[in-house]
Design a binder for this molecule. Structure first.
Ligand code: BDR
Ligand code: CA
Length: 327
């Protein structure tokens, strides 16, 4: 049986890369794509998401609109990274479709409760948030019973070492730090396994500009052309000969967990800090003496942190899938 997954996205150039992979890879059964404000406002995110699914030939998939803004922070987009429309300003045909009427949190609830109704593990859903965690925080606090339907949460966000939105914080966590803290806290209470796919691995799987041009040459406004144009946009924007598949790496980690070196580590989200708000504080210390004398005590949440990936394997997995080789 294909692995049931749901993506929560802020599409977003690299979210688009992730959606293409999840929609087309035969090992995954993509149940829904829920949207949240982040890289762009939530309406642009919904429009971009529908466009990607049309290009992938998956107009059957449910798309739902979620939170417009973070729990506490004001919304600040990342159009300087992702383009004015949030998805590379490609002048791509817009989808004629609309999202479902239900809110993203209700769609997540329904998909997860349906999975929970089965007694077996196989039907449980892997939840893959690739965006600020606002929808997921609202979901877990409002409908904690969905935990029964969740196999694990694999989220893109945070970092053990570096930041991008600020020198110390990664964009998704920085955008809504309270939501990230709520999700980690709720996952302890609800016994949900969590994997953090953060900036330590995010940039590693890369596609060259030349390969992007080959993908674009497939034409026809399909998955291959879109994938190539998304990579080409990033090469252009960052003045580089290659670009990361970004959020799509988190989906690769779900498909090929063996290609990831991960460690179980205590993680906190910095909610104060002058320069460090939104940082994930990953405790890499291994000497018990330091740990037991820490005046803060142990972090409540211990999760799997991805520290290294087989970047070539992930890049090949993505490329084979979006160019039609896996179907
Ligand atoms: C994350 O922020 C967004 O810009 C990307 O889509 C990714 O989810 C990287 O920090
Ligand atoms: Ca994203």
């Amino acid at each position: 049986m294909a692995l049931p997954v749901v993506l929560d996205v802020d599409t977003g150039v690299d979210d688009a890369c992730a959606i293409l992979l999840a929609a087309l890879h035969p090992a995954l059964d993509l149940r829904a794509v829920t949207c949240v404000g982040g890289n762009a406002d939530v309406d642009a995110v919904v429009a971009n998401t529908l466009t990607v699914l049309d290009a992938a030939g998956r107009p059957d998939l449910v798309v739902a609109r979620g939170a417009e803004r973070p729990l506490l922070e004001e919304a600040v987009d990342a159009r300087h990274v992702h383009g004015l429309d949030g998805m590379a300003d490609l002048d791509w045909p817009k989808s004629p479709r609309q999202p479902v009427v239900a809110h993203a949190v209700e769609v997540l609830r329904d998909v997860l409760l349906e999975a929970a109704a089965y007694a077996d593990e196989e039907h449980r859903v892997t939840l893959v948030p690739l965006a600020p965690l606002t929808n997921i925080a609202l979901l877990l606090r409002t409908y904690p019973q969905v935990a029964q339907g969740i196999r694990e949460i694999v989220f893109m966000g945070g970092a053990a070492q570096a930041g991008n939105a600020t020198a110390s914080a990664e964009f998704n966590v920085f955008h809504d730090p309270e939501a990230a803290a709520v999700v980690l806290d709720a996952c302890v209470d609800l016994d949900i396994a969590v994997t953090m796919y953060g900036l330590d691995v995010f940039y590693a799987p890369r596609i060259s500009r030349g390969t992007a041009e080959l993908l674009v040459s497939a034409g026809g406004h399909g998955a291959s052309e879109l994938a190539g144009r998304l990579i080409a946009f990033q090469c252009e924007r960052f003045g580089s000969d290659s670009a990361t598949i970004g959020d799509a790496g988190a989906v690769c980690a779900v498909i090929e967990p063996g290609a990831v070196r991960r460690e179980r580590l205590p993680v906190r989200v910095e909610l104060a800090g002058t320069w460090s708000r939104g940082r994930t504080i990953v405790d890499l210390r291994d000497w018990g003496g330091d740990l037991s004398h820490d005046p803060h005590g142990q972090a409540r949440s211990t999760i799997d942190v991805c520290l290294e990936v087989d970047a070539q394997r992930f890049a090949t997995l993505w490329l084979d899938t979006v160019s039609g080789g896996m179907r």
